[in-house]
Design a protein around this ligand. Structure first.
Ligand code: ARG
Length: 459
């Protein structure tokens, strides 16, 4: 029977063992658990709570266990409840009674909080890198296609011509906000909870600062009751993951639409496409569709974590063990999605002719014509009214605005002159020459800024 059941006279039901065990998923925390335990043991020795020799024996035992785990030689026993007990129990086998001294001044409640925070600090850094990687792919695509004009949409209806690069950089901006959110989440994850004990702290003369420094934490937790049951950092990461997946699902949706034969704006590389088991001609954007689909699962983890925490009294409750599976799946899904998107964006072929052709279809230059009339002295509302009539006329005669002659223009307003015939997709784009606008000069500047951000984030 496990050594934490000393007060019991019978073992747990087989079902109870499986119901309560977190080992099937928290095994992932073993590197952090061992690193945290070594720091704790060294601190105990430094404070004279255990001897230096005992600390060394414990540390050597933990390192040997780490090797077993790294090499897949470790025997997981579900009845040991969690990764903490599994490692401690093996430590007893390897080092004997000295193993019993490791848990002095510590509880699994502050131990799991520590492990999870250490683990998350690394994953947040990894998320940041994956974001930067995808941003780099977007910048590269934008640069390669700096002269490509496409129809910008509102309501998924053609609205005004924009540079394809401008469109790509819109996603760069979303991801940059995500990166900032990741940095912010890191601040509240980078808090060292050990010393909180089960809930009230510990009576041993431990040195929390030393542990924090050894493990590279920026801050100590302020309140033991809070520290053993604070999972805000888990919720924040799930929220971050949800927002990133929401952004990816938007890009996914566009990629799916753009690669339909009706649009044919882009072609996905074969390496990022899938086939059909029945229709030999098919080339499907499953990667994008799956990202769109996985977004729902990640949102689910956020709601699950919030719901687990809702109305949970202080301090530690076993409910908290439910934080991990969703969080781990959120991390895995998020990192895979970011990485696969970087490859998909980098390899996708941009069909500039199709985009250029569509750029002025469906009267996307109407705003430019209205603006033209405003520059001739009309009010914008009047200009809007006249242009509306013009569009109506063109549509009724199966013409695009560029097909109209000056005489036809003059039927609607005598303010029109020769110059109106020079309005085209390119003039429309270049007219929006203000910070944040789609003119080539502005987008080139935005690309320079984006490259500087990338350099900074990579460095
Ligand atoms: N496996 C537990 C968890 O994930 C570790 C802490 C156990 N503490 C306890 N009092 N049973 O939360």
């Amino acid at each position: 029977m496990s050594h934490i059941r000393s007060r019991f006279s019978k073992p747990p039901e087989e079902m109870v063992i499986h119901y309560t065990s977190s080992l099937p998923f928290d095994y992932r925390l073993y590197p952090e658990d061992i690193q945290g335990s070594i720091a704790h043991a060294r601190m105990l020795a430094k404070q004279g709570i255990i001897s230096k020799k005992e600390a060394r024996e414990i540390e050597n035992g933990l390192l040997a266990i780490k090797t077993e785990l790294d090499e897949g030689r470790f025997e997981y026993k579900t009845e040991l409840e969690d990764i903490h007990m599994a490692i401690e129990s093996r430590l007893f086998e390897l080092t004997g009674d000295v193993a019993g001294k490791l848990h002095t001044g510590r509880s699994r409640n502050d131990q799991i909080a520590l492990d999870l925070r250490m683990f998350m600090k690394e994953r947040i850094a990894e998320t940041s890198r994956a974001i930067t990687n995808l941003q780099a792919a977007l910048v590269k695509k934008a640069e390669e296609n700096i002269e490509v004009i496409m129809p910008g949409c509102t309501h998924l209806q053609h609205a005004q011509p924009v540079l394809f690069a401008h469109h790509m950089l819109a996603y760069f901006e979303m991801l940059e906000r995500d990166r900032e959110r990741a940095n912010d989440c890191l601040k509240r994850t980078d808090v060292m909870p050990l010393g909180s004990g089960a809930l009230a702290g510990t009576g041993f003369n431990i040195d929390r600062e030393y542990v924090a420094q050894t493990l590279g934490f920026g801050k100590l937790s302020n309140n033991s009751l809070d520290a053993v049951c604070d999972r805000d950092f888990v919720i924040e990461f799930n929220a971050l993951g949800s927002i990133i997946m929401m952004h990816l699902s938007r890009l996914a949706e566009e990629i799916i639409i753009w690669s339909t034969p009706e649009y044919s704006f882009i072609e996905l590389d074969e390496a990022y496409s899938t086939g059909s088991s029945i229709m030999p001609q098919k080339k499907n954007p499953d990667v994008a569709e799956l990202a769109r689909g996985k977004t729902g699962r990640v949102y689910g983890h956020l709601i699950a974590a919030l719901t687990t925490m809702k109305a949970l009294p202080l301090s530690y409750n076993r409910d908290l063990q439910e934080d991990k599976e969703g969080l781990f799946d959120c991390i895995d899904t998020l990192l895979m999605s970011l990485n696969v998107f970087a490859g998909m964006v980098e390899t996708m072929k941009v069909n500039r002719e199709r985009m250029a052709l569509a750029a002025t279809l469906n009267y996307t230059l109407a705003t430019d014509i209205a603006d033209y009339l405003v520059n001739k002295g009309l009010s914008f509302r009047e200009a809007h009214r006249i242009t509306g009539k013009l569009v109506n006329y063109a549509a009724g005669n199966n013409k695009q605005l560029e097909d109209l002659s000056l005489d036809e223009y003059l039927n609607f307003s005598d303010c029109f002159e020769e110059g109106v015939l020079n309005i085209n997709a390119s003039s429309s784009v270049e007219a929006r020459d203000l910070p944040g606008g789609t003119a080539t000069k502005q987008v080139t500047r935005a690309l320079e800024k984006a490259r500087a951000v990338l350099k900074n984030n990579l460095g």
